[in-house]
Design a protein around this ligand. Sequence first.
Ligand code: PHE
Length: 342
Amino acid sequence: MEERLYGDHTMADIDLAAVERRALDELAAACDAAAAAAWRARYLGKKGEVTQLLRGLGVLPADRRKQAGQTANRLRALLQEAFDRRRALLEASSPAPSAAIDVTLPARPHRQGHLHPITLTLREIERAFRDMGFAVVEGPQVEWDEYNFERLRIPADHPARDMWDTLWIDYERDGRYPMLLRTHTSPMQIRYIERHRPPIRVIVPGTCYRYEATDATHEWMLTQVEGLVIDEGISFAHLKGTLEAFVHRLFGPDVEARFRCDYFPFVEPGAEVAIRWRDGRWIELLGAGMVHPEILAATGYDPARYTGFAFGIGVERTAMLRYGIDDIRYFYDNALGFLEQF
Ligand code: PHE
């Protein structure tokens, strides 16, 4: 049997719940008797939407007609009741037509969002380095193996290339895995050196990805801030002074920073920086080191003239320490109860 068109729809695809929601929303917005009366005509009047809808039921096959009829009748009764209540309310609250809008009513509270704790922390880190004369630049999150690994002197058999650590975009081509989600922000060291001449003083904030099982201190998505300084006469003392200034700026002048040897293929010597937290524990915050002379030479810099240092700060770690959060997974859970505390 042909179903008659109702507006642009057949009876069968009218979403009564949507009609109900729309009608009730509009009724709630009707703030005087005239608006309420117009609403009533629109939905329940002779030519009203719901009235028309009920009329249209006749074209449905008998088995569907009964059920659709009950639902539509329930909707009509519900809207009629809502209208009666609304009218009573409007009459009670507007004794005189001129007082239809009560301007003395307190405004409804407005829900307002705010920045995510990682964004807040990132901005603080950026401010700290901007004040030390660093520029802020960004790089691509989808990288070539060449930048993420090869040119950072991370050889093909390095464990970081293992598929368990890296999310590959282009898994295999010519027997190689050339495109990936960057596992750190260090590829921007190469990209930046390629296109600029010293003096260089930049930080690179950004999201990185690792194919890891998550736990309290590891997430598959993380934020880093890379730093790169290259000029004549840059020494390890500059690295130390800069990172100590950063630690004191973010965590207070009394927090101790510990530098220990660490290995990263793209720096020499390499270091890790940990801070001593309130409970006496040392907590690793970042990796750093002097830019490897081979990297400078490979990009056309004379390593006898130019030296530099680089570092990579874990932003989630920094935020956890600043706010006293013991599980990294809270950040990306989208739980308002957590986020509203910032
Ligand atoms: N990219 C390193 C990491 O993700 C950190 C690092 C950056 C170390 C720069 C040294 C220099 O672990």
